[in-house]
Design a protein around this ligand. Structure first.
Ligand SMILES: O=c1ccn([C@@H]2O[C@H](COP(=O)(O)OP(=O)(O)O)[C@@H](O)[C@H]2O)c(=O)[nH]1
Ligand SMILES: O=C(O)[C@@H](COP(=O)(O)O)O[C@H]1O[C@H](CO)[C@@H](O)[C@H](O)[C@H]1O
Length: 208
């Protein structure tokens, strides 16, 4: 019924915290983890687990990683989850699954709350950026140019769903956060990566 897709780029320090939780859950009939050209040993960490793994030989961007997962998804519902979550619990994931798999929503959108001020605040200001979602697979399959969107993938997906008049349900994810770019990369490279991310998002907004 449900395929989990986890894109991961240089997440060797983080991905196990996420996979430790999801592999125990019977809710996922398929788990696909995409190593998007990492150079830090992420692929070896992924392969410690009983999951399907895909490895890109260079970094193609989050949209392309997700698309690779969608192409091999065998189930009608897909969960998208980032590889750098901190504090992930099964209850978070079940609350994302419920409105789509057992309800009438086309997509659920997970929003950090009571995790950390900076990441709670970022998602309050820009909820459409959230990487934690459950969505009908057919919606992802009909998203134009998904493999070229890089970090614009979430904005493109949210616009696509709303444009089609489909129902979206926001789900609070309490006590959950992620590692911010500045924490992973250091201040200056982190800020530069953030700017590149905003540019990917702008490109999608300009195009649509
Ligand atoms: O080129 C990229 C950039 C990011 N990611 C993955 O997409 C998710 C969200 O990216 P990131 O952590 O950079 O975003 P943030 O958590 O900082 O918002 C993470 O699992 C990344 O490993 C990816 O697969 N390819
Ligand atoms: O919340 C945000 O402002 C950005 C950046 O997060 P950080 O500043 O690195 O905590 O993160 C989100 O946006 C990306 C683009 O849509 C998504 O790919 C990430 O999954 C999401 O966490």
């Amino acid at each position: 019924m449900l395929t989990l897709i986890v894109p991961a780029y240089n997440e060797a320090e983080n991905v196990e915290q996420v996979l430790d939780v999801v592999v125990k859950m019977p809710d996922f009939q398929q788990i696909v983890v995409i190593d998007d050209g990492s150079v830090d040993g992420t692929y070896d960490r992924i392969n410690k687990y009983q999951v399907e793994s895909i490895r890109f030989d260079y970094n193609r961007g989050k949209g392309a990683a997700i698309w690779a997962g969608v192409k091999c998804a065998r189930h009608p519902y897909v969960m998208l989850l980032d590889a750098d979550l901190i504090g992930l619990r099964e209850t978070h994931l079940r609350s994302l699954i419920e409105p789509v798999v057992y309800g009438d929503a086309a997509m659920s959108l997970g929003l950090f709350g009571t995790g950390r001020f900076a990441t709670d605040w970022a998602q309050r200001v820009a909820p459409n950026l959230s990487g934690q979602r459950v969505v009908r697979r057919e919606v992802l399959e009909s998203l134009p140019m998904i493999e070229h969107t890089r970090y614009g993938v979430e904005v493109a997906l949210t616009r696509h769903v709303r444009h089609a008049g489909l129902k979206v349900v926001a789900v609070p994810l309490d006590e959950l956060t992620h590692r911010m770019k500045e924490e992973k990369l250091g201040l200056v490279p982190g800020v530069m990566a953030r700017m590149k991310m905003y540019w990917d998002i702008m490109r999608v907004l300009i195009r649509s």
